[in-house]
Write a new protein. Structure first.
Length: 316
């Protein structure tokens, strides 16, 4: 196990007085299956004038598999990530995956509230010259946008408004549950994605499936059930007038984008393009749509974007 080290006061960019720095934990999926998510996040950060310091030596968050197999190992791996952020003088770790958010916050909560867990983690980290002091907060990009930038400020930064695009928010599970770990907003009645869509000039679509499971983890056991879950959720969104879907989780994106065709036999064709959170925000803030990786989507967003004068057809 190696742990990144840094001087007590790491050198910052020359404009550091104006630039807010965040530790950045992209997770596994954004560096592999959904590289468009990573790229659009970095482009968005540039538009926002913030610096995302990628924790390049970090490990996987543990996800469901490792956490279920050995909770202690998963907790130590996350403590190692937080120790890296502290070594770089960072007190915020920003994630772009709901699953990472949930598992990392759960580990941090256990470390901060249980001396035994913290001592155990630091006993292992200490063998590699590192320690975690408990100063790090884990937050999702969505929360940072609203809490730190602000919806009013984001609205002022919009140069390519969504022009009434009807967007169905899809929260999924891990960014809102359990409230004892996340608790940033109500798991029963979340509204952050709706507020963000409105600030970008879009029209949020309310539907019952927005807080249900996407089926991603189910696909490992029963692929047919996963496709059925996607089809039901997308049918509910489509029936309420949705033209597109917005999700803060790449695992949800993979399921919703990838399984719509497989669910068509039971639920009918929905063909709802599914956007990663930073893709849609970056688009509204004026990032060139050709840079957002839209051609990587299974359900092409080209027709929808063109219909709302948001991008030429050839970008997706």
């Amino acid at each position: 196990m190696s742990v990144i080290t840094a001087p007590a006061n790491p050198k910052r960019r020359s404009n550091s007085a104006q630039t807010k720095r965040y530790g950045f934990f992209p997770g596994c999926v954004a560096k592999e299956s959904c590289t468009e998510l990573f790229n659009s996040t970095m482009l968005l950060a540039d538009k926002l004038g913030i610096e995302l310091v990628e924790l390049t030596a970090a490990s996987c968050c543990g996800a469901s598999v490792l956490n279920d197999l050995n909770r202690d190992v998963a907790r130590v791996l996350n403590a190692r990530t937080y120790a890296q952020a502290e070594a770089l003088g960072l007190d915020d770790v920003i994630t772009i995956c709901s699953t990472c958010t949930g598992h990392m916050r759960a580990s941090n909560k256990e470390l901060l509230e249980d001396d035994g867990s913290m001592d155990h983690a630091n006993g292992i980290l200490g063998k590699f010259g590192a320690s975690y002091k408990g100063t790090v907060s884990v937050r999702h990009l969505l929360w940072m946008l609203i809490d730190d930038i602000g919806l009013d400020e984001l609205s002022k930064m919009v140069v390519n408004p969504l022009n009434g695009l009807k967007v169905a928010p899809f929260y999924g599970c891990h960014i809102i549950r359990p409230e004892s770990v996340n608790g940033w907003e109500s798991a029963r009645n979340p509204h952050s994605l709706e507020d963000l869509i409105t600030a970008l000039g879009g029209e949020p679509v309310d539907y019952a499936g927005k807080t249900r499971c996407c089926g991603f983890h189910v696909q490992l056991e029963k692929e047919g059930i996963a496709a059925n879950m996607v089809g039901q959720n997308m049918r509910m969104a489509k029936d309420q007038g949705a033209e597109a879907v917005l999700t803060p989780c790449p695992l949800c994106h993979l399921a919703l984008d990838g399984y719509q065709a497989d669910s068509a036999a039971r639920w009918g064709r929905t063909d709802l393009p599914t956007f990663h959170l930073p893709q849609l925000v970056a688009l509204a803030l004026g990032v060139d749509p050709t840079l957002l990786g839209l051609k990587r989507h299974v359900v092409s967003p080209g027709h929808v974007l063109q219909a709302h004068d948001l991008a030429p057809m050839h970008v997706a």
